[in-house]
Design a protein around this ligand. Structure first.
Ligand code: SAM
Length: 356
């Protein structure tokens, strides 16, 4: 199998799998509050087969997400199975080719080889159930977690998540993740004007005190409640200006494919990141595709359609046929999103049903 590239030449190396679209939180910027899943989920064996085929096509990182992925019983065992997959590296010099190779296309001139580095497996969670699961997940082969947390003040946290008792659980989850070595632990904070922009400096302090990387995310129009407008977005420039009132920052060089701009405090203690898809889009370096909980491929968060990979499986497609289907889908990957532009069209699913 040849490496996966889209028609704009972007290598696709990063896969997100949503393993449920249920969530136990009802964050104001995400869900309107309905209880259940709209699309349901699949047996883990089906996600595993999809992952295996995609890893054979050059996927090196898999992030599990949802909904809330820790609601799925069997998630630890799934991580253990994923961790047995070894990335297949494409385009390596022949000198690096070693056992376990799979066939290369004659026109490539180089042979893919099986890496002896493990697959990079990460998880995004609201952290509510993480305290007890951190060690088993680590033992199963999880490398890192990102925990979503939108306020360091418990009352504000409850107002945003609409879960009165969650704050202590999430803090315990973050600390457990650090303790067991699921790091560097990243904490994602979506900033929403009128709700939590006053939490910027407290989060700077939190990053320093807790030894986590806090990443501020610009709010995107992917919510169920259709509350987004440009005015609701707290931009990267605003975050940097506010944080500089607390302490000077210096930028850390970041890889082009990294979504976050990275900064450290000038005394070397504490790191923050900013993910700015609205004010500073990074689509030109996008290396991601997503599989939804019901087995559809999405080539962009803002796609207006998805592609039924699980349908192909149900029809009895072989692994090679699945790979061909995936390749044809990736061909159609969108060049960029159109947030804030007059021709913007809402995505066909909201974030909780895609998997962020
Ligand atoms: N339940 C898990 C969690 O809370 O991290 C995983 C799923 S959640 C959809 C993934 C991430 O998407 C979270 O960090 C969440 O804050 C973020 N998110 C949800 N809606 C968003 C939006 N409209 N704009 C930006 N980020 C959003």
């Amino acid at each position: 199998m040849a490496a996966l590239h889209d028609k704009f030449g972007r290598a696709i190396t990063d896969l997100r799998i949503s393993i449920t679209d249920r969530c136990n939180y009802k964050c104001v910027y995400c869900r309107t509050g309905n209880e259940g899943a709209l699309f349901g989920d699949l047996p883990f064996a089906d996600y595993l087969r999809m992952a295996r085929v995609l890893v054979g096509m050059g996927i090196r990182k898999i992030r599990l997400t949802g909904g809330e992925p820790l609601l799925r019983k069997g998630v630890v065992e799934f991580v253990r199975e994923l961790s047995k997959l070894l990335p297949v590296i494409h385009g390596a010099p022949d000198a690096l080719v070693r056992g376990g190779q799979i066939g290369a296309r004659a026109d490539e001139g180089v042979r893919p080889y099986t890496s002896n580095h493990p697959l990079d497996i990460a998880l995004t969670t609201n952290g509510h159930m993480l305290a007890d699961l951190a060690q088993p997940l680590k033992d199963a082969g999880l490398a890192r977690v990102t925990v979503s947390m939108d306020a360091v003040d418990p009352d504000r946290f409850a107002r945003i998540t609409r879960v009165p008792t969650g704050y202590d659980n999430v803090l315990a989850g973050i600390r457990a993740a650090r303790r067991v070595g699921l790091g560097p632990v990243k904490v994602n904070c979506v900033l929403l004007r009128g709700f939590n922009e006053d939490q910027i400096i407290p989060f700077g302090m939190f990053a320093r005190e807790e030894g986590v990387i806090v990443r501020f995310i610009e709010f995107m129009p992917l919510e169920e409640g259709r509350t987004w407008s440009p005015a609701t977005v707290v931009t990267m420039d605003e975050v940097l200006a506010r944080m500089a009132e607390y302490r000077p920052l210096e930028e850390i060089p970041h890889a082009a494919s990294e979504t976050a701009r990275r900064y450290r405090f000038e005394d070397g203690i504490g790191e923050i990141g900013i993910i700015a898809p609205v004010s500073h889009p990074f689509c030109g370096h996008c290396s991601r595709i997503r599989i939804t909980s019901d087995g559809k491929i999405r080539t962009c968060l803002f796609s207006v359609w998805d592609h039924d990979l699980h349908g192909e499986m149900r029809r009895g497609a072989s692994d090679e046929e699945l790979a061909e289907f995936i390749r044809s889908v990736v061909e159609k990957k969108e060049e960029r999103h159109h947030i804030g532009e007059p021709d913007f069209v809402h995505a066909s699913r909201t974030m909780v049903h895609i998997g962020g």
